[in-house]
Design a protein around this ligand. Sequence first.
Ligand code: NAI
Length: 809
Amino acid sequence: MSIAEKFVSMEYGPAPEDSKDAVAWLGRHGHRLQHFIGGAWQAPAAGEYFDTVDPSNGEKLASVAQGSAADVDAAVKAAQAASIGWRSLTPHARARYLYAIARLVQKHSRVLAVLETMDNGKPIRESRDIDIPLVARHFYHHAGWAQLLDQEFPEYVPCGVIGQIIPWNFPLLMLAWKIAPALATGNSVVLKPAEFTPLTALVFAEICQEAGLPAGVVNIVTGDGRTGEALVKHPDVNKIAFTGSTEVGRSIRAATATSDKKLSLELGGKSPFIVFEDADLDSTVEGLVDGIWLNQGQVCCAGSRLLMQESIAEALISKIQDRMSTLRIGAPLDKAIDIGAIVAQVQLDRIRKLVDQGVADGATCWQPQVALPARGFYYPPTLLSNVHPTSIVAQQEIFGPVLAAMTFRTPAEAVELANNTVYGLAACVWSESINVALHVAAQLKAGVVWVNSTNLFDASCGFGGYRESGYGREGGREGLLEYMEPAWFKSAPALPAEVSGVRSQVSGKPESPNNLGDELDGSDNMPSLPTIDHTVKLYIGGKQARPDSGYSLEVRAADGRLLGEAPLGNRKDIRNAVEAAHKATAWTKATAHNRAQVLYYCAENLSQRHDEIAHRLSAIVGEKQAAAEVDLSIQRIFSYAAWADKFDGAVHNPPFRNVAIAMNEAVGTIGIICPHEAPLLGFLSVVMPALAVGNTVIAVPSEAYPLIAGDLYQVFDTSDLPGGALNIVTGYASQLLKTLAEHDDVDAIWCFGDAASAAGAKAMSVGNLKQVFTNEGRAIDWFNPKLAEGRWFLEHATQVKNIWVPYGE
Ligand code: NAI
């Protein structure tokens, strides 16, 4: 072709990136890679290896060690041995190591980018310009956090040894997201890369050596899911951080339920890409190219559901098809390629199957006329239109270059469609009206919302999901907290046996109709006459309600006296309470100032009934504790009234022309099993932070003294707390916990009981992957405000949503 002809056709010639250095690196290791344990290469104990292949041509790149339980154990021991030395370094010393790693990532960026592309199949343009620069940025940013740690988090300590399991879609970037914050906060790590893409993690191991990182601080064990499982189950791992499929995330939640391992999960997504009729359609199409065709669509936050306002749907589809026809698909090492190879044959088969199912469900499939390379795992960019919102391709993560398009008419309908998924990782909103965009962004159930932009990431901004997209954040301040614990909590003793034993004082008997609603006062000083003091009801939707079972519990004082009866709540009562909580929009939509006012009012009303409540409470906890509980309860409510309009977010400054607004949002509806040991103060210490930030609550009061509920209804009723904001169901905590934990419309479970209750809360909540907050069976001194109130509780009551807003032309 002559230059003149080329000028007319504007065809790209081949522009392959040189792979010589990457191949030489593999050669130096004899194309056989071992584990990196205790600062040295270590052959797998069982002598087993597996192949990692180049997905662009199916050729073997190297054999890689298959990690066994013995290898994992060796790595955990190395991490444990290194842990004390590493956490005892000064923050500045740790900062220097992280800074050295950042610089070395930059120095080796070319070989890292090339090897990433060879192992994963992603275009070199992406690994070179997106993945590796973000890796370096992550280490620089966290070198800064290491330096500032003592000043910014003086009350926190590292978790210890962290087990990290990462996927294959952004291999080195996911490593950086996990290792940088873990190291900055003084932890040591054992990381398992995905079996399809282990290579850059092993180059990173060499970078750790080159940086002089103390041996054992970073250990890399390669292998498949079995290796991951061994890491999850290892008793000396203090926290698991996982990114991958929701299915494996669920199994990890179940496997860690009986331990006190911390857990963060970054799982799948089916993120909406919402386009309003006033959007700049040309920019939207470019955004969409990034949104769904970046990394062949193998991106957890890919904008895989296109929701278009009906009036522009036709025009937009036509523009998208034109643009799809210009996407270049081929050898990923070619610098002019837009779409590379799918990571493995099994993923390619999965994509094909899902698209076939979508078409069978009635979708129209459109693909540009492109020739796919003869070898390797390729799938063309694909547009599915006329997709029904319930079709498998609108609901399930395809993890491939496939866009499912739907239409809507109004912003309200867009929000409804967008939220019609079990996931909640990310969303894009395209509109030239900032009012519309932010109004919609605030209503989306997603951890990240990009306004007129897509797939922007930065170390300073938290990333992570709502709902079945997981919990915990990576990046930013909230990401650091995932790797630390309050120092007092880490060393808190287990709850003493007698506290759990309190439950034995409660026994069930059919509710006597004559007792319903009775309130007989002044009899508790007559031990010889066990007259019923008072009988309470459930509190649901702002009204007192009889229990469905018709049974009640006898509540007795420490000396055996009958104090009263509390209803025996059951599944039906919990379901009614959840329904009432969902209707309590007067609370969820109230301003922070309004919430504060209501809580202050609660404190005022409690203080007016101080003596009477303390008197009743004294029958169960003694006079001294009762008086202290009521005094401190008033203070605790005051604290959370104060926090209600102060626990706000941040505005980040990522290094682009953007602001990222980090908003603390309520988690939703929280089921709370309240502590036994301080019936009033414990109840308020856990319920108030949840309410303060706008959650609705279903609380199960202490079994030791559920009668406290009766006093509380009156306090809340007279304090303008909207009906349904707080619902109280008395009964057997273990039974009610199960119903709450298994309920799909409950978003989080808080459980403050013994170790068995904490394990139960975690195990039973795997269904919709609720956020779980427990005391891990440890004692919390509810009387010490430094431990029992404040940010730690509020952080669990909220989740951060980052809304990215670009500025400039
Ligand atoms: P996966 O969840 O099986 O793999 C992710 C990581 O978990 C890998 O390192 C794997 O070895 C490890 N793993 C697998 N089973 C484990 C277990 N029982 N215990 C501990 N670790 C275990 O994901 P896979 O099979 O590679 O991909 C399947 C689908 O998952 C994809 O099509 C996609 O829909 C989704 N996925 C989502 C990702 C995300 O970033 N959200 C990343 C990778 C996959």
